[in-house]
Design a protein around this ligand. Structure first.
Ligand code: CP
Length: 305
């Protein structure tokens, strides 16, 4: 692995290698567990052209806990406002002597463009490109499943909601199927593109019908900001058909694991009492994200040294 652009490009063995490496980074830099120097002397830049809380903060913290210097770029207040292109911005930041670029962009393929245009020693990590992929989110979701369930192979994972606009769905689908899970995507017909079936998933539109079969439910956020209007009649109807509340939880498997990539629309995809309840691993996912991102940065930056 030179870059991490998507889980589609990785083999099952490579995904497992990252997950196994992440086990060794759980808790690094917290309490009595010392920081590490895997990235000592390295510079990691967050190049985020879209808003983020979890991904941007945890990449920054992960890099610092491994001894790197970090830079944060957001377009607001930058020379993007004067018309500087994405590539020129990245090449100018590269010229300051960075080793890894963590990039989030609304255009699918933006990280691939950087990987092609930046100098060969620079590592590029995709932190979300349009509706294409969000590989570290996929990895941390799978890590959280493995942590709570002890395995991935043989589990049935329901990805529920806005599949059409979800890069998290695509990374989950590629990663989970490679590791031997069964994936069911479920949502309104307008939010589940029929071609997703080509990725090897089962397509469903009735959450209550698939609920008793799912070991894990990953509740995707309705991405109001990426949607044209009219994809479903109302938030109330979406909540009634696809929202997970206490009543649906009673009809799910007793040990069902609930994930959500965040941010969550409380009261839409999930009610507050379920989001904060014992079946939810939503905040564990965030904690695990640090370990997964430390593993990714360490594996990439140390590769070929
Ligand atoms: N899950 C996720 O990518 O969250 P952020 O958009 O806050 O980074």
């Amino acid at each position: 692995m030179k870059h991490l652009l998507g889980l589609e490009e990785l083999s099952a063995a490579e995904i497992t290698r990252v997950l196994d490496a992440a086990e060794g980074f759980v808790g690094v830099g917290v309490g009595d567990v010392p920081k590490r120097d895997d990235l000592k002397g390295k510079v990691v830049v967050n190049l985020f052209y879209e808003p983020s809380t979890r991904t941007r903060v945890s990449f920054g913290l992960a890099a610092r806990r491994l001894g790197a210097d970090t830079l944060d770029f957001t377009p607001g207040g930058s020379s993007t406002a004067k018309g500087e292109t994405f590539i020129d911005t990245a090449r100018n930041i590269e010229a300051m002597g960075v080793d890894a670029v963590v990039v989030r962009h609304s255009s699918p393929g933006a990280p691939h463009v950087l990987a092609k245009h930046l100098r060969p020693h620079i590592r590029v990590v995709n932190a979300g490109d349009g509706a294409h992929e969000h590989p570290t989110q996929g990895l941390l979701d799978i890590f959280s499943i493995r942590q709570r369930k002890g395995r991935v192979a043989g589990l049935t994972v329901g990805l529920v909601g806005d599949i059409a606009h979800s890069r998290v769905a695509r990374s989950n689908i590629h990663g989970l199927i490679k590791l031997g899970a069964k994936v069911i995507v479920c949502g309104p017909t307008t939010l589940v593109p029929p071609e997703v079936a080509r990725l090897g998933v089962e397509v469903a539109h009735d959450l209550d019908a698939i609920l008793p079969r799912c070991d894990v439910l990953n509740l995707l956020r309705v991405q109001f900001e990426r949607q044209r209007s009219g994809l479903f009649p109302s938030i109330r109807e979406y909540r009634l058909l696809f929202g997970v509340d206490g009543d649906r939880m009673r009809r799910a498997k007793p040990d069902v694991l609930l994930l959500a990539p965040g941010p969550i629309n409380r009261g839409v995809e999930i009610t507050p009492e379920v989001a904060d309840g014992p079946s939810s691993a939503i905040l564990d996912q965030v904690t695990n994200g640090l370990a997964v991102r430390m593993a990714v940065l360490s594996l990439l930056c140390r590769a070929g040294q």
